[in-house]
Design a protein. Structure first.
Length: 209
């Protein structure tokens, strides 16, 4: 049983889905969320709007489906054996996405979309939860290697790496550079090494260090 909106491998159905998903991402990169509709997506994809409505039902559902694969493939988790290098590469991967016109536009569109749509907000929550779960292996490896204190909270560390880059994109609206990524990673690592992100165990009753 294939879920609604999921393409069967190969064939016309898969080609239609691929065209619609590509059109959705292009729409997000060029238009404000409120200006996007099933009709504009269908027109860009070269398919009839009834096909899109029948398979995906709503704009939010279609955008969610289109972005799941796109977002999950954009940023890979590095594994160099050194937490400093891993965090720098991770920050540069985020920077690479945010510095692209398409990546920046999609990020802004999703922020606005999450305010307007509970479905898009839910998608963002699911994506970041999955991303943090995957990235936590960097912290686990670093703790095991003695490069970070035991009890370091992976989510807090990763937020510290990424937040300045998103702030620059969304608030100052300045170009996010590799130098910005390196600085963000270095600052987050310094704080982590100092125990800033250590979560006290229930038995300790306080922060270690």
């Amino acid at each position: 049983m294939i879920a609604p909106g999921t393409a069967r491998p190969g064939g016309r159905t898969a080609r239609t889905a691929a065209a619609v998903y590509a059109a959705t991402v292009e729409e997000l990169s060029e238009r404000a969320y409120a200006d996007i509709s099933i009709e504009t997506i269908a027109a860009r994809a070269g398919v009839h709007k009834t096909t899109v409505y029948r398979r995906w039902g709503s704009k939010a559902e279609l955008i969610s489906r289109a972005l799941i694969g796109t977002a999950s493939s954009r940023i890979q988790v590095p594994d160099t054996g050194n937490v400093e290098t891993d965090l720098r590469l991770l920050a540069r991967a985020v920077q690479a996405v945010l510095s692209l016109p398409e990546g920046a536009a999609i990020t802004r569109a999703l922020i606005v979309g999450a305010l307007a749509s509970a479905e898009i907000a839910g998608l963002m929550e699911q994506f970041w939860a999955a991303r943090l779960a995957a990235i936590s292996v960097i912290v686990d490896r670093a703790v095991q290697a003695g490069q970070l204190p035991a009890g370091t909270d992976a989510a807090a560390l990763m937020h510290a790496v990424a937040a300045p880059l998103y702030f620059q994109l969304l608030v100052t609206r300045a170009l996010v550079t590799e130098s910005d990524a390196d600085l963000s990673a270095a600052a987050a690592l310094t704080a982590a090494a100092a125990g800033v992100f250590v979560v006290p165990s229930p038995r300790s009753g306080g922060r270690s260090g």
